[in-house]
Design a protein around this ligand. Sequence first.
Ligand code: E4P
Length: 221
Amino acid sequence: MELFLDTADAQAVKELSETLTIAGVTTNPTIITRSGKTLERVIDEMCKTLAPNQKSFFQVIATDFDGILEETRRICALRENAYAKIPVTPVGLKAIKAAKAEGLNVLATAIYSADQAFLAAMNGADYLAPYVNRMCNYGDGVGQVADLVNMLATNGLPSKICAASFKNTEQVHDMICVGAQSVTVAPDIVWTMVKHPGTGIAVEEFSAAWENSFGRNTMFK
Ligand code: E4P
C-alpha cells in the first residue's frame, strides 16, 4: 500500500513524511490554484521537500493530443519519480498510449468508472485514479473500485489503483479493504486518521496514574 498526499502544501508534506511513510504527492489544477501559489513555486517547493524515492504527480492542462504529450514529457523531466496525470478523455487515452510507448510515467486521472480505468490500464497507465467520493454521487463508488481490483488481477494488468477524491476517513478505509494498491488523501483527512481522541485520553490516564504513584512523568529516575 502506498499513501500519497493530495496537496500543494510542502510544509504539510514535510510534517507528515516525518510522522508516517508517505510515498509521494499528487496535485491537480484546482489544488494548485487554491494554494494561491504559482505553478513554479509549487514545483520548486515540492522538489526541495520530497526525497528522491518519493513520487510526484502533476496534471496536464492541455486538452489536445500534442499538448498533452508535450506537457507529459516536461512533467516527467522535472525530477526522478515524476508522473504526469492525464484525464481519461478520448484524447487523453490516446495520449496515455503514446506516452507509455515513449516510456513516460503516467497516472490516468478523472476516472469515474471501473471500465474507464480498465481501458487506461490496457493502454499501460502506471496508476489509475478513480474519484471515489465523486463516483459515490453516481452509484456504488466503492463497489466499482472493488470490481476494478478484480478486473486488473483477472487480466494480469500491472497498473496500480491510486484511489482519490476523499471526503472522509471511512472512504479511505474502504479503499484499503477492497485492495486498492494506493490512495491519495488530503493532509487534514490523514491527520484525522492519525489522531483518535481515545488514544489521547488513554495516554493522559497512564501519565496521571504514574505521576500519582511515582511523582514523575518519565519511566526511569
Ligand atoms: C487526485 O489527485 C484528484 O485530483 C483529487 O483527489 C480529486 O479530489 P476532489 O474530488 O476532492 O476534487
